[in-house]
Design a protein around this ligand. Structure first.
Ligand code: NIG
Ligand code: FE
Length: 404
C-alpha cells in the first residue's frame, strides 16, 4: 500500500488576524492536510519546525477565510424597477403589501428550473469567493411551496459541489405569505411545520430553519410554532427580526436557543439581554440598512455591554441588499454602525461561524480547517477602511491554495 506524503504548506512573514486578535509581530503559519498545524512568531521560526513543507507564500495579511453567514443568493430575476420606485418615495413595506417585493422574486423563482437558478446564482457566488469567502450560508424563501423551497435548497447544495466553498443551507419557508394562502396565514404555517420542515430535514437539505418575524412577515406566535417544528426535526433555528419594527422576535428566538437573530435595528434592551443569556449571535446587515435608507441603528453599545457576539454579513438578496461584496460590508459595519475594524472582521469570521453553528471555522488555530485568505494589504484594518476589489492574493480552502 502506498502512503501519500503529508501535504505541508507554509506561509512566512504574514501579518495575522486569527479571528480573535491581530498579532503584533509577523508570523509563520503551517497547514498540514487541510488543517492548521502550527503558528509561530516569525523570529522564533526555524525550518525544522515545518520539515518538508512547501512555501506557499510570503508577506501580506492573513485572515481566516470569510464566512458570509446570511445570504439569499439563489433567486431568479431582479428588482431594479423596485429600486427606482423606492427612490421615488414608495417604501419597502408598501411595495410588499402591493404584492411586489419578495413575492415578485417568488414568481420569477418558481418559474426557474434548477439549472436556471444555478446559472443565475453562480456569478454571485463567484463574486463572494473573489472577495475572500470560504463559507456561505444560503437561504431558501423564494419558492414558498414545498416543491419550490426544496428545489432552492437542492440548488444550494449543488453550488457547493461546483465551487471550492462550504455551503450551509437554511429553510426560510416563512419568508412571506404566498398568494395561495393570502387569507390563511396559519394554514401556510401549518404547511411549513408539517411538510416543508420534515421533508427538508429528512432529505438532509437544510441545516437550519429561519423565519421573517415582522408585520409583513409572520407573527411571533407563528414563528414559535415554526421553531418547535424545527427543533423537533433536530434543525437549528435563526430569525429575521426587529428589522422594521420591534415585535420581540429576537428574545423569542433566543428562548428557543436560536443560533442568531438577524438585522435587529429595532432590538430593545430586554431582547439584547435574552440574546446574551442564550448565546445567540446578533447578525448585523449594514447592506440592507443602507439600501433601505434606514435611520434606526442596531443597539451596538448594548450588544457590546452584554457581550452579545456580533456578526456581519452581506444579506445578498435582490430586494434589500443586492450586494455580493463582503469587504464592503466590513466598511459599512464601521461607517454606518460604528463597529471597530477588528469587531467587523471578527464579525465576518469567528462570530459569523458561530451564527451558522460552525464554531470550528472562522479562526486560525492549530486543529482548525485551513480556510485562509492572504491579502495584498499592510494591516487587517485596511479591509474595512478601503472599498476596493481585487486585494485577495490567495484563497485557501481546506488547505487547497487558489492564487487569485
Ligand atoms: O433579509 N427581510 C426579509 N428578507 C430579506 C429581504 C428579501 C427581499 O426583499 O427579497 C432581508 O432583508
Ligand atoms: Fe435576509
Amino acid at each position: 500500500m502506498q502512503t501519500l506524503p503529508a501535504v505541508r504548506q507554509l506561509w512566512r512573514d504574514v501579518i495575522l488576524f486569527d479571528g480573535y486578535r491581530q498579532w503584533s509581530e509577523p508570523m509563520a503559519v503551517l497547514a498540514e492536510q487541510g488543517i492548521v498545524a502550527g503558528l509561530w512568531p516569525e523570529h522564533e521560526f526555524v525550518s525544522s519546525m515545518a520539515q518538508g513543507a512547501h512555501e506557499a507564500g510570503r508577506g501580506g495579511v492573513m485572515t481566516p477565510g470569510l464566512v458570509d453567514c446570511h445570504t439569499h443568493l439563489i433567486y431568479a430575476g431582479d428588482r431594479a424597477g423596485e429600486f427606482e420606485q423606492r427612490l421615488e418615495g414608495v417604501s419597502y413595506e408598501e411595495i410588499a403589501r402591493a404584492g411586489g417585493g419578495i413575492l415578485s422574486t417568488v414568481r420569477a423563482t418558481r418559474n426557474a428550473s434548477e439549472e436556471d437558478l444555478i446559472k443565475s446564482s453562480l456569478p454571485r457566488l463567484d463574486a463572494l469567493l473573489a472577495d475572500g469567502v470560504t463559507t456561505v450560508e444560503i437561504k431558501s424563501g423564494y419558492g414558498l411551496t414545498v416543491a419550490d423551497e426544496l428545489k432552492m435548497l437542492r440548488v444550494a447544495r449543488r453550488l457547493g459541489q461546483l465551487r471550492p466553498v462550504r455551503i450551509t443551507t437554511t429553510l426560510l419557508g416563512a419568508h412571506a405569505l404566498p398568494p395561495e394562502y393570502a387569507k390563511d396565514s396559519d394554514g401556510y404555517v401549518d404547511l411549513v411545520c408539517r411538510e416543508m420542515i420534515p421533508l427538508a430535514a429528512r432529505q438532509q437539505l437544510a441545516d437550519a430553519v429561519d423565519v421573517f418575524c415582522e408585520g409583513i412577515g409572520f407573527s411571533p406566535a407563528q414563528c414559535e410554532r415554526i421553531f418547535q417544528a424545527a427543533i423537533q426535526e433536530g434543525l437549528a433555528i435563526k430569525i429575521h427580526a426587529e428589522q422594521l419594527s420591534n415585535l420581540g422576535g429576537s428574545a423569542l428566538a433566543a428562548r428557543y436557543g436560536a443560533l442568531s437573530a438577524d438585522h435587529v435595528e429595532y432590538l430593545d434592551e430586554a431582547g439584547v439581554q435574552a440574546m446574551a443569556e442564550a448565546g445567540t449571535v446578533a447578525v448585523l446587515l449594514p447592506g440592507a440598512f443602507h439600501v433601505l435608507r434606514e435611520t434606526t441603528l442596531p443597539p451596538i453599545d448594548a450588544l457590546r455591554r452584554h457581550g452579545v457576539p456580533m456578526a456581519v454579513a452581506t444579506d445578498a438578496n435582490p430586494g434589500t441588499s443586492p450586494i455580493c461584496m463582503p469587504t464592503l460590508m466590513l466598511n459599512m459595519a464601521c461607517t454606518l454602525f460604528r463597529l471597530t475594524p477588528r469587531e467587523a472582521l471578527a464579525g465576518m469570521t469567528r462570530h459569523a461561524a458561530q451564527a451558522i453553528g460552525h464554531p470550528e471555522l472562522g479562526h486560525i488555530v492549530p486543529g482548525a480547517p485551513a480556510d485562509l485568505c492572504i491579502w495584498d494589504i499592510n494591516q487587517p484594518a485596511e479591509l474595512a477602511y478601503a472599498i476596493q476589489a481585487g486585494r485577495l492574493r490567495q484563497r485557501v480552502f481546506g488547505g487547497v491554495v487558489q492564487n487569485v
